[in-house]
Design a protein around this ligand. Structure first.
Ligand SMILES: [Zn+2]
Ligand SMILES: [Zn+2]
Length: 270
C-alpha cells in the first residue's frame, strides 16, 4: 500500500542570540557567539488534523532564555498565531503537538493549543524532571506537562518506536537528551526527518567543511559524509554521534530546529 504524502511547513517562531559556537557544534570555536533560528514544523495531509512539531519559547516570557545566558527575539510576524495564519490555520486547529524534546526553546507554548493532544516519549518527561540538564528544562513548562498527564486523553506517552499514522513514524533517539524523538514523514521530496536538536548545524556536523578535516576525509572515496560531529550540547556523547549518523543515513530531507540551511534548501514548504 502506498503511504500518504504529507506537506510540512516551516514556522520560524523566534531567533536566539548569544549562543556559544561550542554549544552548537562540539568543541567548535568556544567563546564565539552566534544567532540561530527557532523553528516549529506544521504537518498537514489527508485524513489527519494539523500536527505541530514543538512549541518554541514561551511567548510572554522570552527572557526565560537569559537563564542560559542567551537572548530570544520574536518579531510580531513570528508568533505562533501569525505563523499559523500564514498557512490558513489557527491555534485551535492543531490536533496534536509532537515534541522532539522538552528543552526551554521547544516546549514553551503547549497551553496555547487547547485542542491538541501532546505526544512525546515517556522517558523525555522522566528525564526532564530528573534535574540532569539544569535550566534547559524550565519548571514552568515541565510542571504544566506533568499536570496534563492527569487530564484524560490529553497526553500520549510513547515507549517504543512506531507509526503514528501511515506515513508518519515516531522514533525515540537518545543522545541530545535521553528521550528525544525524531518525526519521520513521507513527503513529495522523500523521507523527511524532523530531528530536533540531534543536529544543530548540518553543514558543520555532517558535510565536508573547512573546519573539521575528519569529516572531509570521509569524502575521499566518494562516500557520503555521515556526521562524526555531535552537537556541543548533549547528555551522552556516544549516543549523540550515533543519532546524527542514523539521521544522515536515512533522511532524504533533514529538518533540524535551529539550522537556517533548511530555508536555503527548501524555503518554507516541503
Ligand atoms: Zn533547541
Ligand atoms: Zn535541545
Amino acid at each position: 500500500m502506498t503511504k500518504p504524502v504529507y506537506k510540512i511547513n516551516v514556522l520560524h517562531t523566534a531567533d536566539l542570540g548569544m549562543i556559544d559556537c561550542s554549544f552548537l557544534v562540539n568543541k567548535f570555536n568556544p567563546g564565539e557567539k552566534v544567532n540561530v533560528p527557532v523553528f516549529s514544523y506544521l504537518i498537514t495531509g489527508p485524513d489527519i488534523p494539523p500536527l505541530l512539531v514543538d512549541t518554541g519559547i514561551k511567548e510572554d516570557q522570552l527572557d526565560i532564555m537569559n537563564r542560559l545566558g542567551m537572548v530570544a527575539y520574536q518579531a510580531p510576524e513570528q508568533t505562533y498565531a501569525a505563523q499559523l495564519a500564514k498557512w490558513g490555520y489557527e491555534k485551535e486547529d492543531i490536533g496534536a503537538i509532537l515534541h522532539t524534546h522538552l528543552h526551554i526553546d521547544h516546549a514553551g507554548n503547549d497551553p496555547d493549543f487547547p485542542n491538541a493532544k501532546i505526544i512525546m516519549p515517556r522517558r523525555e518527561l522522566m528525564f526532564a524532571v530528573a534535574d540532569l540538564m539544569d535550566a534547559q528544562y524550565p519548571p514552568e513548562y515541565i510542571t504544566y506537562l506533568v499536570e496534563q498527564i492527569h487530564v484524560p486523553g490529553k497526553v500520549r506517552l510513547i515507549d517504543d518506536d512506531g507509526e503514528l499514522v501511515p506515513g508518519i513514524f515516531l522514533e525515540i533517539t537518545e543522545g541530545h537528551t535521553w528521550g528525544s524523538m525524531n518525526i519521520k514523514v513521507n513527503t513529495a521530496k522523500g523521507l523527511a526527518i524532523i530531528c530536533g536538536d540531534v543536529i544543530y548545524d548540518e553543514q558543520l556536523q555532517c558535510r565536508a567543511n573547512p573546519v573539521f578535516a575528519e569529516i572531509a576525509a570521509h569524502n575521499q572515496y566518494d562516500m557520503e559524509p555521515f556526521g562524526d560531529r555531535s552537537t556541543g550540547n548533549y547528555w551522552n556523547l556516544w549516543a549523540a554521534k550515533a543519532a546524527v549518523q542514523k539521521v544522515m543515513r536515512e533522511a532524504d530531507v533533514i529538518l533540524p530546529i535551529h539550522d537556517a540551511l533548511v530555508l536555503e534548501k527548501y524555503g518554507y514548504e516541503i
